[in-house]
Design a protein around this ligand. Sequence first.
Ligand code: 4FV
Length: 256
Amino acid sequence: MFFTVLTIFPEMFDPFWAHGIIRKAIEDQTIFASATNIRDYAEDRHQVTDDRPYGGGSGMVMKPEPLASAIRAATRTVPEAKTVLLTPQGSVFDQSMARELASFDGLVLVCGRYEGVDERVCHDLIDYEISTGDYVLTGGELAAMIVIDAVTRLIPGALGGEQAAEKDSFANGLLEHAHYTRPRIFEGNEVPEVLLSGHHQEIEKWRLESSLMRTLLKRSDLLQKKDLDQQEIEILKKWCHQIEKILGINDQRHKG
Ligand code: 4FV
């Protein structure tokens, strides 16, 4: 996977390339990553990349010429790359989009600044408009890092042996189960006994129930759009049963 970032602040990516799984993936050549300064494609001697908006108003807009030249240069280097503009106008990024992007050989990530980029660039040169969320950033760089991070994790070999992306949150449409590590007792709170049992089937069942409960309580929207399998249906029905029983007893108590 080739990541090419187009930005007026390429140095922002230096610490990002130099740490953790991203650093290892670059060292192992699992990914190839570079940040290019859009200014290098501005032909005037002041390398201007922004200008005042037609129609007036506050703020500046990124000029189309330097951006278009930078995008064309990047796609000449990686012809099969998809171009991505990070913008609040885009489809909100999620794990399934990360999986889709991870299937390509290359991504050219365009980071806007100021009020945004000239619309004509979006029209002719952008394959994907992606937003990392409904808020306004000062630039697309942080959003580009989020996309690169989430996509890199899905590239085979990027995560060391012990980690597996298919066990991720959202991999099965659920939030991840609760995680515990030593000490067995922390400030009086014990690790759930089943996790110490070595009984892998019981542990998997506990983890599925933990995932389902956390998703039910924190992100029931995810459960509503998930295609539940038989085991998940059984667990949810069991909980419904328990809740109806409690409500029934409570009714009796009040009718008493
Ligand atoms: C953004 C987002 C975002 C908008 C104007 C940069 C800023 C400035 N990008 N997801 N939310 N971009 O707010 O991706 O150019």
